[in-house]
Design a protein around this ligand. Structure first.
Ligand SMILES: Nc1nc2c(ncn2[C@@H]2O[C@H](COP(=O)(O)OP(=O)(O)OP(=O)(O)O)[C@@H](O)[C@H]2O)c(=O)[nH]1
Ligand SMILES: [Mg+2]
Length: 722
């Protein structure tokens, strides 16, 4: 990461030799002057839909770069993270700001791959509108449809881009029909792609009646639409006008239109923009990131139809105790309330936080309060620190451009805030506030790791702390029973990113099989004789004990009862026997797992007046338990979790039969409405190791589950759980 002037930044973006940016990007210009001139837009869509390349095309159309980077070469502005280059897809949220005349458009490129849904949610939190990017080659997946419904619930303004129109397999009409079916009737195209010989070289504006011709690249020429094209588009134009009028706040408009009046285009455009900002109308724009088709129309729409942050709700703030709710507005002179939406680690600059300012203004060299509460279960301990913001930056890919301030509604990057973690609130020291964090998904794929050597262990612990601070979708567990270090991740691609980041920081480590914390118990009563006698030379050792072991109910723990009579073992050594038994229980008696739920009765033994000792009776106690185990039958117990699964109705059958293959016991199914079913079951943990990945495969990526430990149950005979 480097800190550069705006011009250098544009030149360095993606390592290309870009020419001077077309627009002046002085420091003051890349910081928005006021909230009204900001647009915050998250690009949403399935992995490979073309979001990152579309942003690249918009940067080229806007003159920020002269040559578009490529996904294959890892040279795009959006995917500057080495892990993204390695995986050939976005793995983090990335901010790409564009200046369009006086408006600052903050494009938030989100990853579409399900493992990185946490980054996508952070992007939606920081945005005031969503641009759904749909590939004309692949159409829509069920996850995108579900995300649309979620944005609709929030009444977030939305528009749709159908991209990759240059692709030989592009099916624009098919993709448009799919969008309308999945997203609803408020989805209508503003343009029709036109061209000759199957090539789409221009867009016919249904309202303007003109064609923008992109055959010469990103600087399109505008001309009147040929009569044939206009006639062909007449139906689509009629449908669009009706759609706009139906959403218009002017109720007389429909009557006037139906009685044959020609409605002024200016009025229609005004109504359209109002309906988009309100979240009730969703224009579709056809594009190609390769030819630049539609980029000019898209930039225009982003600025004109999407609302500024002043029209969006500010998340509710409270004091540090979570009390005294305050409703804030997007006001640069209001109380400071900003939120860390992502955190990364730069080898030179240290921790870098991407911040959305909701209220107030962040300034260089200002004292702030950094606080994070409510994520302790993810390993983010509650914390409150007073810090100083030294420098503010506007990021563009890997480049940080210094800016003097960041007003309410804008986004910026902050370096060197030592304590700030993703989800934290930054507020003023005089008036510290907390914003409740957004919904963060629970990581459910366990990955056990080991440092290659002892010297890597410290480095591993240090680096993990840094990574966990920035990534609430990764949870670190040091399992007390198996002594394994387990990284809970969202999926395999996420685990790869975590491992790559650790290796980047110089930690040598490898993944190992996850060990399920089994336990051992006695299946029936057994007796054990522990004789620890060593009398060759020097001080001898002498301890003999006899025990009876019997199983207790599940959860019964451990009971030790002294039943000896006549002082066969002196009273001081009775606790020694118990200690020896306990220590053997921790080590296990059969497969190396701790022994639980037993009662041990000490029924007899022998001591020696000189050679008996605490250590000797501990050894005899441990030996007696091992002997009892050898004589009796040991039952392995495995952890079982209560699992709640939510899937689309059509996936219920396959998910249930898969559960029975996992030795799951169904405890209930209920319809949760909206075509979804909740399934609850009890499933052995051993069968859930890869469920995060496998449920996704069974449900086209839409199934969700949560789990919580229930109890340990006997492992069925003949079944080896490890
Ligand atoms: N022909 C053609 N290919 C495109 C276009 N847009 C994207 N692609 C290709 O499609 C692939 C995926 O594009 P990306 O921009 O990485 O897709 P994305 O939506 O950012 O994917 P994630 O980051 O995984 O969410 C890349 O190989 C691109 O080169 C386009 O307009 N035309
Ligand atoms: Mg991408």
């Amino acid at each position: 990461m480097s800190v550069k002037s705006a011009k250098d930044a544009a030149r360095a973006a993606g390592g290309r030799n870009a020419a001077e940016p077309r627009r002046t990007d002085s420091a003051a210009r890349i910081a928005a002057l006021e909230p009204a001139s900001i647009r915050n837009i998250a690009l949403i869509g399935h992995s490979g839909a073309g979001k990152t390349l579309l942003i690249e095309a918009l940067l080229a159309a806007n003159g920020m770069i002269t040559r578009k980077g490529s996904i294959a070469e890892g040279t795009t502005v959006g995917d500057s993270d080495p892990a993204a280059v390695h995986q050939q897809r976005s793995v983090t949220l990335s901010l790409v700001p564009l200046m369009l005349d006086d408006t600052k458009v903050n494009l938030l490129d989100t990853p579409g791959y399900p493992d990185f849904i946490g980054e996508m949610r952070a992007g939606l939190r920081a945005a005031d509108a969503a641009l759904f990017v749909v590939s004309a080659v692949d159409g829509i997946d069920a996850t995108t449809t579900a995300l649309w419904a979620e944005c609709a619930h929030r009444r977030l303004p939305r528009a749709v881009v159908i991209t990759r129109l240059d692709h030989p397999r592009a099916d624009y009409d098919g993709a448009l029909a799919e969008c309308r079916k999945a997203f609803g009737d408020g989805v209508l195209p503003l343009y029709v792609p036109v061209g000759s010989g199957g090539e789409r070289t221009g867009l016919l504006g249904l309202l303007s009646g003109t064609v923008t011709d992109y055959s010469a690249g990103e600087s399109p020429a505008t001309r009147d639409a040929p009569a044939d094209d206009a006639a062909e588009a007449a139906d689509a134009r009629g449908e669009l006008i009706e759609g706009i009028i139906a959403e218009s706040e002017d109720e007389t408009l429909m009557d006037r239109y139906l009685s044959g009046e020609d409605i002024d285009t200016g009025v229609l455009i005004q109504d359209l923009e109002t309906a988009v900002a309100r979240g009730s109308f969703h224009p579709v724009i056809p594009t190609s990131a390769v030819t630049g088709l539609g980029t000019s129309e898209l930039l225009d729409m982003l600025v004109r139809a999407f609302p500024p942050p002043t029209e969006a709700d500010v998340p509710e703030a409270t004091d540090l105790e979570g009390l005294h709710g305050r409703s804030l507005g997007c006001d640069p002179s209001g109380p400071l309330a900003a939120e860390v939406v992502r955190t990364s680690n730069d080898p030179f600059l240290g921790r870098i936080c991407l911040v959305r300012v909701f209220s107030g203004t962040l300034r260089e060299d200002s004292p702030v309060h950094v606080g994070g509460h409510g994520l302790a279960d993810r390993g983010h301990q509650d914390h409150d620190t007073d810090e100083r913001v030294t420098h503010l930056y506007s990021p563009l890919g890997a480049t940080l451009r210094p800016v003097p301030y960041c007003v309410a509604g804008d986004l910026c990057a902050l370096a060197k805030l030592g304590s700030a973690e993703t989800g934290d609130t930054i507020s003023s020291r005089d008036d510290p506030l907390m914003l409740a964090t957004w919904e963060m998904p629970e990581p459910l794929l366990p990955v056990a790791v080991e440092a290659d050597s002892r010297s890597d262990e410290d480095a591993l612990a240090r680096s993990l702390g840094k990574i966990a601070a920035g990534d609430p979708t990764m949870r670190v567990e040091r399992n007390q029973e198996t002594h394994q270090l387990v990284l809970w991740c969202m999926g395999e691609a996420h685990a790869d990113v975590v491992m790559d980041r650790l290796r980047e920081q110089g930690v040598k480590l490898h993944a190992v099989d996850v060990v399920t914390p089994l336990r051992e118990t006695f299946a029936g009563p057994a007796t054990g004789h522990g004789r620890h006698v060593k009398q060759s030379g020097g001080h001898g050792q002498y301890a003999v004990c006899d025990i009876e072991v019997e199983p207790l109910d599940r959860g019964g723990g451990f009971e030790f009862v002294d039943k000896t009579v006549g002082g066969v073992i002196p009273g001081t050594f009775i606790p020694s026997v118990e200690k020896g038994v306990r220590s053997q229980m921790e080590k296990g008696v059969s497969a190396g797992f701790p022994v639980v739920d037993v009662r041990v009765r000490l029924v007899g033994g022998k001591a020696h007046s000189v050679d008996s000792s605490d250590a000797a009776f501990q050894a005899a106690g441990a030996l007696a338990l091992r002997e009892a185990a050898a004589a009796g039958r040991i039952q392995l117990l495995e952890p079982v979790s209560a699992v709640s699964i939510t899937v689309a109705d059509e996936h219920v059958g396959p998910v249930m039969s898969d559960l029975s293959g996992r030795r799951g016991r169904l405890t209930g199914t209920t319809s949760s409405g909206g075509g979804l079913t909740d399934i609850s079951a009890e499933v052995p943990d051993q069968e859930l190791l890869r469920y995060a990945v496998e449920l996704r495969a069974l449900t086209a990526g839409t199934g969700r589950f949560s789990r919580s430990y229930l109890r340990h149950d006997p492992v069925p005979s003949g079944f080896s759980p490890t």
